[in-house]
Design a protein around this ligand. Structure first.
Ligand code: DC
Length: 217
C-alpha cells in the first residue's frame, strides 16, 4: 500500500506549511484538501448560486475540475486560482459549502483519486477520520486561537490579502465552530492521532518532531 501521512487540525495550526515541508523531505505528493472545498466555494460565487440552493451546489461539485500541481498551485477549470481561493469572499462561505454532505462525498472521492498510486501527505479536517482512516501516520495539529489568527494575518500579508485582526478572528472562530460541529466529516480528536500543540513551537521544530516520529516507526 502507498504511504499516507494524514494531518488534521483547525486553520492556522500550521498543517499547510508542515505538509509542504514534509512533502519535500520525504518526496511525497502534497494534497491540500481545503483547496478542493475552496474551489467549490469559488465556483459557487462565480456562478452566483445562492448558498441555500444545495441541489445546485451538489451538482456543481459533482462535475468540478480541480487540479493541484506539484508546485503548490491550484487550478479550477484550468485557471490558476491559487490566490483567489484564499481571499475574503471564499473564506467567508467555504465552511458552509463544505458542510453539505453530498459535496463532501464528491470531494472525498476526488481526494482519494488524487492519492492513488502515490505516497502522499494529505491535510485537512477529516483525513484521519474519514478520507484515510487507515493512514500510515495520523497527526492532529493545534494552536491557540490568538496564535492562529496572528499566523493567518502574516500569511495574508504575504499574499496581499487585506483583512483586519477582528475580521480574521471572527472568520476563524466561526469556521472552527462549523468545522467541529459538522454532521459528517467534523474536525475531531481521536485516540489514534498524535496530538501536537504548536502554539509555542517554531514551524521547523514541528516538522522535525513529525520527521522523528516517522523515521522511528
Ligand atoms: O484548510 P482550509 O482553511 O483551507 O479549509 C477551508 C475549509 O474547508 C475549512 O473551513 C473547512 C473545510 N475543510 C473540510 O471541511 N474538510 C477538509 N478535509 C478540509 C477543509
Amino acid at each position: 500500500m502507498n504511504k499516507i501521512i494524514a494531518i488534521d487540525g483547525p486553520c492556522g495550526s500550521g498543517k499547510g506549511t508542515v505538509a509542504e515541508k514534509l512533502a519535500k523531505i520525504f518526496n511525497l505528493v502534497n494534497i491540500d484538501t481545503g483547496a478542493t472545498y475552496r474551489c467549490v466555494a469559488l465556483s459557487v460565487l462565480k456562478n452566483n448560486i445562492p448558498l441555500d440552493d444545495e441541489e445546485k451546489i451538489i451538482e456543481l461539485s459533482k462535475n468540478i475540475d480541480i487540479k493541484l500541481s506539484t508546485d503548490g498551485k491550484v487550478y479550477l477549470d484550468n485557471e490558476d486560482v491559487t490566490n483567489i481561493i484564499r481571499g475574503k469572499e471564499v473564506s467567508n462561505i467555504v465552511s458552509e459549502v463544505s458542510s453539505i454532505e453530498k459535496v463532501r462525498e464528491n470531494m472525498v472521492n476526488i481526494q482519494r483519486k488524487m492519492a492513488e498510486n502515490h505516497d502522499v501527505v494529505m491535510e485537512g479536517r477529516d483525513i484521519t477520520t474519514v478520507v484515510f482512516k487507515n493512514a500510515t501516520y495520523k497527526f492532529y495539529l493545534d494552536a491557540s486561537l490568538d496564535e492562529r489568527v496572528k499566523r493567518r494575518i502574516k500569511q495574508n500579508k504575504e499574499k496581499n490579502i487585506d483583512m483586519t485582526y477582528e475580521e480574521v478572528y471572527e472568520n476563524i472562530k466561526k469556521r472552527d465552530y462549523n468545522d467541529m460541529h459538522k454532521k459528517v466529516g467534523a474536525l475531531i480528536r481521536t485516540d489514534d492521532q498524535i496530538y501536537i500543540d504548536t502554539t509555542n513551537m517554531h514551524i521547523d521544530d514541528v516538522v522535525n518532531k513529525i520527521k522523528d516520529i516517522i523515521e522511528r516507526n
